[in-house]
Design a binder for this molecule. Structure first.
Ligand code: CA
Length: 686
């Protein structure tokens, strides 16, 4: 399986020659820049642990905490909310919205949450199952709760709400499953819905009765062909799952819009057409949701190139003029500077190596897309740089006005796109419209090693005015943490292998590091209470590499057990050291059951596994430890027991829903055959 099937010899050779950068799909908040300088490039050596708190969910942690009046509010996996005394780390309250574990199957990239919002004595959180909840900030008691999604839909919430003018703005995710995206505003005091903006059109002639009806009818609908609104075609996508920003002077709310659904445009909306507003930035009036302008980074997206990445608003001196700009480094690999009053492109240059386009036409603002990138049209498999993980994902970047540099958690991870002649829409789990074989690592060990060597991540300091790199520091892994820069000439970033690091903002020299004992994906925050500066970061392996990227993380020396924590640092602090841990080594696979099926059945099972099971259980059934490793499962040796779990949903309350709506009993038996085959291969290779 993996890259070695459904591909001709020439393509495979091209892939090897390119030393390709494979992988995976997925996906992924505020200024990220703080004018605090007690902790600085001179005092950094005195920075030490002030307090730590062990979170109660062993899943990915992606939230950036917020601090108000000496209280630190954060969220954790499963949409839980915590309030801490920001100085002592004492837990003041925790709120658990009791998200049903079966909701996990709708999460493309782990059951994570990226943070809470605060307004007028209340803390706001969006839950994985689509609720928006207002909590009393002192007690954690629910003030109001509204359902923002149709529970029968594929939509989930992982992003942080934003508050603008007493309105709570919230989007959602689900464009890997088949969903139509939107962003909504609710009255912060009452939870009353005020407006909703659909980012892609619905069925023509059937308006939604929302503020988006007019711009969709006038601008967007004509950019779509086919029957994109139907289940098979994917619903259009364009989910608003993370980044938003607000400019109080221009009174504009900027909304980052995600990829199209399904990915494959040939299945979604064949032919020409930009498919507005996928892969775009939208500027809306926050009070009404009224459309003001849009800029589409990726017309007709077919590569999962979201524009949901973090947006930074600042003033830059460009060509002798002060320009009010919006800066974004979306997945597609270009660094964009946009006039945020008009939406007109000022400049765009690649911040990582890319191959889908040979530049952006400044007159039209459009990318020149290479013909071979249109895999849906050519019918030929194509290796894209970047792949669906993007040149930069949800991990926030930051801007330091003192250095004039933007600090980007950049990565080079390619991806293989190819049509799937057998594509069929499935009720449960992912629907991409492509041959998902390209999203898994090759089985061949040498080729796999080559792919792994080609994948890299680094902290990139980018000069936005010159549109060129200032410096680059390699990270030990390829998916790393969000970034914080401060007035102390410091850039803080955690990494995939558990280092929490501080760099000289001018030079990139590493000045300080702390072993957090587990992967850091989240961005740090800094704050001051009673004259003392603190830095806080969430630790916790998960997200995309914790779920479907399992087999990659295994080979990267990662801890196998998630150790989710809140860590807070200050100068000369004296918290006890973290309890020592041994670097985890995976237990050997127990003796697997004997194979019972023929090769064709195993191949069929592999195809079905990759399309549905991989999202949680890992590309080659090698879970990274967040969800059960199927090669070790007791039920793979028993046809009836396996069907009771995988078909009928015996363990649905524990998150493992039944897939009988997707697959026949014979299909599920083929999936079992594939997992048994995997277990036997890995057992004999031990
Ligand atoms: Ca996506």
């Amino acid at each position: 399986m993996g890259l070695t099937t459904s591909m001709d010899e020439g393509t495979r050779k091209a892939l090897e020659d390119l030393c390709l950068k494979v992988l995976t799909f997925v996906n992924k908040q505020p200024g990220r820049e703080a004018r605090l300088d007690q902790i600085n490039d001179q005092t950094i050596g005195r920075l030490s642990l002030a307090w730590s708190y062990d979170l109660d969910t062993a899943r990915g942690q992606e939230a950036t905490p917020i601090v108000v009046d000496g209280r630190l509010y954060t969220t954790s996996a499963w949409s839980k909310v915590q309030a801490f005394d920001a100085v002592s780390g004492r837990l003041l309250w925790q709120y658990d919205p009791q998200v049903p574990m079966a909701t996990g199957v709708k999460a493309c990239c782990d059951v994570i949450n990226r943070g809470a919002a605060y307004w007028d004595g209340h803390v706001y959180v969006g839950t994985l199952d689509g609720r928006l909840i207002s909590l009393d900030a002192k007690t954690g008691r629910v003030a109001w709760s509204v359902q923002t999604t149709d529970p029968a839909s594929k939509l989930t919430i992982t992003g942080a709400p934003r508050i603008v003018k007493g309105r709570v703005i919230i989007g959602n995710g689900g464009a890997e499953l088949g969903a139509r995206g939107y962003v909504s505003a609710y009255d912060a005091a009452t939870g009353k819905k005020l407006w909703r903006f659909y980012t892609v059109p619905g069925e023509p002639g059937k308006p939604d009765g929302e503020v988006s009806d007019k711009p969709l009818a006038e601008l967007a609908t004509k950019t779509w062909n086919g029957q994109w609104w139907t289940t098979r075609s994917g619903g259009g996508g364009g989910t608003v799952w993370d980044s938003m920003a607000y400019d109080p002077v221009l009174d504009l709310l900027y909304v980052g819009v995600g990829n199209a659904s399904v990915w494959n445009k040939g299945v979604r909306a064949p032919g020409d057409g930009d498919n507005l507003f996928v892969g775009s930035i939208l500027a809306l009036r926050p009070e009404t949701g009224e459309y003001v302008w849009h800029y589409q980074n990726t017309p007709g997206d077919k590569w999962d190139y979201t524009s949901t990445q973090h947006m930074i608003l600042t003033t830059l001196r460009i060509g002798g003029q002060d320009r009010k700009v919006l800066m974004q480094a979306p997945k597609n690999g270009y660094f964009y500077i946009i006039d945020r009053a008009t939406g007109k492109l000022i400049s765009a240059e690649p911040y990582i190596p890319l191959n889908w386009s040979d530049g952006i036409d400044l007159a039209t603002g459009r990318p020149r897309i290479k013909p071979e990138a249109h895999y849906d049209v050519t019918g030929k498999p194509w290796i894209a740089l970047p792949g669906s993980m993007g040149g930069h994902n949800w991990q926030p970047m930051s801007y330091d006005p003192a250095t004039g540099l933007v600090y980007i958690p950049a990565q080079e991870i390619g991806g293989l796109y190819q049509n799937d002649p057998d594509y069929t829409s499935r009720p449960i789990g992912p629907n991409l419209g492509i041959d998902i074989n390209g999203l898994s690592l090759p089985d061949d060990e040498a080729l796999k090693a080559q792919v792994m060597q080609s994948i890299r991540g680094y902290l990139l300091a980018w000069d936005p005015v010159q549109q060129k790199p200032a410096w680059r520091v390699p990270n030990p892994g390829f998916l790393n943490g969000g970034v914080l820069s401060t007035a102390g000439n410091l850039v803080f970033q955690g990494d995939m292998n558990g280092g929490f690091n501080a760099y000289d903002a001018r030079t990139g020299r590493k000045l300080w590091s702390f072993d957090a004992q587990d992967t850091i994906l989240a961005a740090p925050v800094t704050y001051s209470v009673k004259g003392r500066q603190y830095v806080t970061v969430l630790v916790g392996f998960g997200g995309a590499i914790g779920t479907f990227g399992g087999e990659v993380s295994w080979k990267n020396g990662l801890p196998r057990h998630n150790r989710s924590r809140v860590l807070t640092f200050a100068l000369d602090a004296r918290a006890p050291a973290l309890p020592p841990v041994s670097r985890d080594i995976a237990e050997p696979i127990p003796t697997p059951p004997a194979q019972f099926a023929d090769d064709a059945t195993i191949r069929h099972g592999s195809y079905l596994y990759l399309n549905t099971c991989m999202t949680c259980h890992g590309g080659v059934a090698r879970s990274a430890g967040l969800v059960p490793d199927l090669r070790r499962s007791a039920v793979i040796g028993d046809k009836q027991a396996f069907y009771a779990v995988v078909g009928e949903g015996l363990l649905a309350e524990r998150g493992m829903v039944g897939f009988a709506k997707n697959y026949s009993p014979a299909d599920i038996e083929a999936i079992r055959a594939f997992i048994v085959s995997r277990a036997n291969k890995d057992f004999s290779a031990r």
